[in-house]
Design a protein around this ligand. Structure first.
Ligand code: ZN
Ligand code: FE
Length: 255
């Protein structure tokens, strides 16, 4: 039976998401921005929390962990490199490890850059990836602890996932990301189409995620640093893609 998901808003612009295995009843929260909206989502769905899968140590992804763990006795899985900064960790994982939620299995992909130990949970057979603050819809996370080349490599790993992979990310930043992306690719048809779609979704109060890898490849300028036209627009024709990516990320920081 396919996995079920429940997406909801937390804090000011974070997303919370539950992943449920209907066969076993297992339910994971991916990150725990705050306990109350996660408990509300559990109540609405009738699902019982068994696991929390943590993408990185930032407080807006971990502050809800202990309250949920106390109440549901759930297992907390976190990146090994950041476990010391995350409360309540039961199990640590590295690149290539497998994490099960009931009968659903995730591959752990290390995607450092935003933080130095950030991971992505990829549920291959479900065609779902939980990318935390690495890849956003038409954007990517700020490079806080890692380096620009490190973040570019992490984004390439995600770009290499199958096109029909649905990506859930940590924040609702899509409208601002599109505004920025249009300064670099004002004539990108896929980007302009996403702009329209996003406006419609937000006007209806709907989330703009998940997005697919296939759609992001066409419209997300941060995944397009190795497209010659993008480099040329930035006056960087022939430069290494990691340098072009760094320029795009720095422009976004100042935008
Ligand atoms: Zn973060
Ligand atoms: Fe965050």
């Amino acid at each position: 039976m396919p996995a079920q998901t429940r997406l909801f808003r937390c804090l000011s612009d974070n997303y919370g998401v539950l992943l449920h295995d209907p066969e076993t009843g297992a339910t994971a929260a991916i990150d725990a921005p705050e306990a109350a909206p996660i408990e509300a989502a559990l109540k609405e769905t009738g699902w019982k929390l068994t696991d929390i899968l943590v993408t990185h140590h930032h407080a807006d992804h971990t502050d809800g962990i202990m309250a949920l763990k106390d109440k549901y006795k759930c297992r907390v899985v976190a990146p090994a490199a950041e476990a010391a900064k995350i409360p309540g960790v039961d199990e640590t994982v590295h690149e290539g490890d497998k994490v099960t939620v009931g009968k659903l299995t995730a591959n752990v992909i290390e995607t450092p850059g935003h933080t130095s130990g950030h991971i992505t949970f990829w549920f291959h057979s479900e065609k779902i990836a939980f990318a935390g603050d690495t890849l956003f819809a038409i954007g990517c996370g700020r490079v806080i602890e890692g380096t620009m080349p490190m973040m570019w490599q992490s984004l390439l790993k995600l770009r290499d996932l199958p096109d029909d992979t649905r990506v859930y990310c940590g924040h609702e930043y899509t409208a601002a990301n599109i505004k920025f992306a249009k300064t670099i690719e004002p004539n990108n048809k896929a980007l302009l189409a996403r702009d329209e779609l996003t406006k419609q979704q937000l006007a209806k109060g709907e989330p703009t995620i998940p997005v697919t890898i296939g759609d992001e490849k066409k419209a997300n300028v941060f995944l397009r640093a190795d497209v010659p036209e993008v480099a040329a627009t930035l006056g960087m024709a022939g430069k290494p893609a990691a340098d072009v990516f760094a320029e795009i990320r720095e422009r976004k920081n100042k935008f």
